[in-house]
Structures are given as C-alpha cells and as structure tokens.
Design a binder for this molecule. Structure first.
Ligand code: DGY
Length: 326
C-alpha cells in the first residue's frame, strides 16, 4: 500500500493543475471527475483520512467536513481567490494550512468587470435583444441611451489588486476621478491609480459607476443595501464581481425597479445559480452573468496550477506560493 499523502480533489480541475499533481509523484490523489459538485454526503466520505484537500468555491469547508476528514488533514488548497466558503476559525484551530489563488486571476477578472460595466451602462444586452426581436425601428434620438465613462467618477468598494486593475483599464476611457473606500486607507494601491479615499456614504453619493471588489466577510455581508442605494445618483451603475452576499438583492431590486439607480451588472448572486424565476431577471436594467469573471482558459489553468503547487508545498511542510494567513 502506498505511503504517499492522500489527497481528495473535489472537482475536475483544468489540465495544468492536474498535470502538476500527477507528475509530482508526491501524492496519491482521487478526483471527483465531474463538472458538477460532489454531493455533500459523498464529500464527507471521500475526505476521510486525507492529508490534503484541493477544493473549489462550492465546497463548504466547515467543522463538519474537518471532523469527517480527521486528524491527518494538514492542507486545504482552494482554487479561488475568495475564501468565504472556508471556516477560517475551524481551520486555524486545527492548524490546517490554507492555500488560495490570488493574482493569477486579476487581469481576467478586471477585464470581465469592464466588459460587464460597459454592457450594463451602454445597455448592450437590451440592444441586441431589440435588434433580434423586431424592436429596431427607425433611428431614434434617445432610444437605448446609456451612460458614458468619459468625465465620470468611478468608485471602488474594497480596493485590492482587482480594484486597481479595473481602474487601470478604465482610465483610458477618460474617467475624471477614482474614489474608493475600504476598512482603512490603502495609500500604496491608491497611489497607483490616483484614487481618493472616501467614506462609504461619500462613495455612494459621488460615484457614477460603483464597482464592488471587496471580499465577503461578516463586515461586508449585505453592505450594499437600501441605505447605500438610496444615497447613490439616479444615473449610477452598480457592478458586482466579488460575491453575491455583499448585496441585499431585495433592496437592489427595489432600487433598480424604482429608478433609484440606473442599472446593475452582477457576475455573482445569492444563491448561485440564481433561479430562473428570480425577479432580478425581469429587469431590463439588470445584467446577470453566471459567475464567469475568471473564466478564461489561461486563468483557470493558472488557478489550478497554483492550487496544486500550494497543496504540494503545504504537504511538504514548505511555504506555499500563496498561503492565506490565518
Ligand atoms: C474566485 O476565485 O474567488 C472567483 O470568484 C472565481 O474565480
């Protein structure tokens, strides 16, 4: 019987990561070879006795799962930059090390955020629908008018690597000013994009475009609520590519349907998938994408490779390329 550390990979991962695991000769691993999540009961069985787990964001790594895995578990490596699916306290308590995948997805996520912002503000989805379904009559002076980036103020809620990358991409569109809010000022990042630190209220009041880039934590849960939307400009466009949990969706529906704000572009929702009967789908001024911000072949492969390398380094007892400080 092999004495190599035992690893469970909770989903079919892109080839680069898989190759690293296979070629390492360092672990014996089993993979849930499917594009769909492993059922929870199955997952609890599969992790039993494992030394390492490589997971994606749909797997809740909580006390129940850690109990099921047992005392051998040393490393959890998630193929995501977000870690709201991990119970960090439980992991810390058990001295289990955690790897995640920041940086490698920054460009891809920023690119999609800009695409979603433009699709929302320039009403592209509505426009193609009109063209395809006979709504395109004569050229009309105000038909399908939207809001432009030139001369605008762009607000970033939660300034990290991704927020900076979004601002860098938006700057050539002649944005007048970048503002941001965070728990505390982040001058090093802000200087890169000449962004001014403001309060959350001021961010809401001044932004023509508001991009949410913060992590989902107990502090940010539901932070985008009626209170925030009601302070925003009527022409404002709200964009979220972080986590659905930062938004109170009932309040967003209210804000969009009563004209408190002009539009919203969401790559993330609660729950995911958002059921097809959800009221937000009925709104023309709401563009909803199925959580695809990091979905390029290059980035998903890079994420899987980093997740594999984090896992292997952690199991060797070495520093991980990207380890989450617990
Ligand atoms: C993440 O990594 O957390 C994204 O949401 C998916 O790439």
């Amino acid at each position: 019987m092999s004495m190599l550390p035992k690893v469970f990979v909770t989903r079919r991962v892109p080839p680069d990561g898989l190759d690293i695991l296979r070629k390492s000769g360092q672990v014996q691993f089993e993979m849930w070879d499917s594009d769909d999540p492993v059922p929870r009961m199955e997952l609890l069985k599969k992790v039993k006795g494992c030394d390492g787990i490589l997971c994606v964001l749909t797997e809740k790594i909580d006390a129940q799962l850690l109990e099921a895995a047992g005392p051998n578990l040393k490393v959890v490596s998630t193929m995501s930059v977000g870690f709201d699916h991990l119970s960090l306290d439980e992991l810390k308590k058990r001295e289990i090390r955690v790897g995640y995948t920041p940086d490698v997805l920054t460009d891809c996520v920023a690119e999609l955020t800009v695409a979603l912002l433009l699709a929302t503000s320039r009403r592209l989805i509505e426009a193609t629908h009109e063209a395809k379904t006979g709504g395109w009559g004569t050229w009309r002076t105000l038909w399908l008018c939207g809001h432009e980036l030139a001369n605008s103020t762009v607000g970033i809620l939660g300034l990290g690597r991704i927020g900076v990358a979004i601002a860098e991409r938006l700057k050539p569109f002649k944005v007048k000013k970048f503002i941001y809010t965070d728990v505390t000022p982040r001058p090093e990042l802000a200087n890169m994009i000449e962004a001014e630190y403001v309060s959350l209220d001021k961010l809401a009041e001044q932004s023509d475009f508001l991009a949410v880039c913060c992590a989902l934590t107990p502090e940010t849960h539901g932070i985008c609520n009626f209170n925030l939307f009601s302070k925003m400009k009527k022409n404002a466009i709200f964009i979220n590519t972080s986590r659905g949990g930062v938004v109170n969706q009932e309040d967003l529906y209210e804000a969009l349907s009563t004209g408190l704000i002009a539009g919203a572009g969401l790559d993330v929702t609660t729950p995911e998938p958002l059921p097809t009967h959800h009221p937000l789908y009925t709104l023309k001024n709401c563009v909803i994408l199925p959580h695809i911000a990091s979905a390029s072949y290059t980035t998903r492969n890079a994420m899987s490779a980093l997740a594999a390398n984090n896992l292997l380094a952690g199991l060797r007892g070495e520093p991980m390329p990207k380890e989450l400080k617990l």
